[in-house]
Design a protein around this ligand. Structure first.
Ligand SMILES: [Zn+2]
Length: 282
């Protein structure tokens, strides 16, 4: 069942757990993620970056694929189809027009007034289509999908302004997490996290969830994080398994090659569901 993210994230906020956001890259990944979340009765957010959408043939293709897989695999858990790091108002609107149920507008590289202004436009369009909106404040560091940025911690007052002036559904304040592989220990600012959660009273999102140790993830969830974005970790477990497979088996059937990462990926998905507390929360 495709839904927007409002209800599942508000439920997570009340129940003090987080919903996993897994990035998808192709049909097989989508199937593995949907099946494993169904197996664990966990709600799930399928994150699609602009690069991944382009790779798969466009927002319309991704949307049709997810909707049809949801049906043919008889998925009963709530599934959110979410644009990850939408870079422009037009891109977010295009995703909405093509059936995405949730979008992120990431105008964090602009000054706060521009960020608020762009976010407002997306919220206005999204609300009229029953679509939820996430926005970012501060800069999540690192590199994802060919886009890099320096980490800059969000200011509490900026997060509060972004929320109050736009009426977004959930917010991603950069508080020490980065995309991709961490260089050194991540230093998450849990005090600011709690303060932003308290002052906005909306679910918070943790980007760059790969490579943060379990203890810190649990503490983040206690501090108001209700959605954790996981991308790199799935890429690593999948590619390691595939690499092992092609080493021993001189396979050339693409189905066998792609599928050889299925078991490892599903195990990782299950581990994340247990860590975030979304098991049986569908
Ligand atoms: Zn991100």
């Amino acid at each position: 069942m495709l839904v927007n993210a409002k209800e599942i994230l508000n439920k997570a906020k009340d129940g003090k757990y987080a919903v996993p956001h897994f990035n998808i890259n192709n049909l097989e990944w989508t199937r593995f993620i949907l099946e494993e979340c169904e197996n664990n009765n966990s709600p799930v957010i399928l994150g699609v970056s602009e690069g991944a959408a382009k790779y798969m043939g466009g927002f319309n293709v991704v949307s049709a694929m997810v909707k049809e897989l949801d049906k043919s695999l008889s998925i009963h858990v709530p599934v959110v189809l979410h644009l990850d790091h939408g870079s422009s108002v037009e891109s977010a609107e295009e995703a909405i027009d093509n059936g995405f149920t949730s979008v992120m507008i990431d105008a964090s590289k602009y000054d706060l007034d521009t960020n608020i202004n762009m976010t407002k436009q997306v919220v206005e369009y999204a609300k009229s289509h029953n679509v939820t909106v996430e926005a970012e404040v501060g800069h999540i560091g690192g590199s994802e999908d060919g886009v890099s940025s320096e980490l800059a911690y969000a200011k509490v007052e900026d997060a509060v302004r972004l929320y109050k002036e736009t009426n977004i559904d959930f917010i991603a304040p950069a508080l020490g997490s980065v995309h991709g592989i961490y260089k050194g220990e991540p230093k998450l600012d849990f005090d600011k996290m709690k303060e932003i959660a308290l002052l906005t009273n909306i679910p918070l999102v943790l980007h760059g969830g790969s490579g943060i140790d379990d203890e810190k993830i649990r503490k983040a969830v206690e501090s108001g994080i209700c959605k954790v974005n996981i991308n790199t970790e799935l890429q690593i477990v999948w590619s390691n398994a595939v690499r092992e497979f092609v080493k021993v088996d001189n396979a050339y059937d693409p189905r066998k090659i792609i599928k050889s990462g299925e078991e490892a990926m599903k195990k990782e998905i299950k581990d994340k569901i247990e860590l975030l507390g979304s098991l049986n929360k569908a």
